[in-house]
Design a protein around this ligand. Structure first.
Ligand code: SF4
Ligand code: SF4
Length: 110
């Protein structure tokens, strides 16, 4: 095998039949715009917190959809609630509100 000096990403497969996607369902009920995200990354590119931490709204949404609620809730605490991501989103996802809802879910998610 040729050594290119890097390795491809390890495949990440999620069995959605077994994953706990309760938080994703809860968020979609509380703010239907959660379902509109197309993972374009515009929010993450403009994120204030992302300049100082590894926080990414796009990644947080992936974690929620894959059933990694605890990781997502921990990540949400890094957001500064400045609202820039909401202005940048081409799909009108209410990002700031969703982050607030994820933070509140801390007390209700098992
Ligand atoms: S509200 Fe949070 S996620 Fe959105 S740009 Fe500001 S710090 Fe980033
Ligand atoms: S900018 Fe909007 S559509 Fe794009 S990843 Fe962020 S929330 Fe999703």
């Amino acid at each position: 095998m040729i050594d290119f000096g890097f390795t491809p990403l390890v495949a990440s497969i999620t069995d959605l039949d077994k994953a706990n996607v309760n938080l994703a369902k809860q968020l979609t009920e509380q703010d239907p715009s959660f379902a509109l995200c197309i993972s374009c990354g515009s929010c993450s590119a403009t994120c204030t917190a992302g300049q100082f931490t590894k926080f990414s709204f796009r990644v947080m949404c992936h974690q929620i959809r894959k059933g990694n609620a605890k990781e997502a809730i921990a990540e949400a605490s890094k957001c500064m609630l400045c609202g820039k991501c909401t202005l940048a989103c081409p799909r009108n996802v209410n990002t700031r509100n969703i982050i607030s809802l994820v933070r509140k879910a801390q007390t209700t998610t098992p």
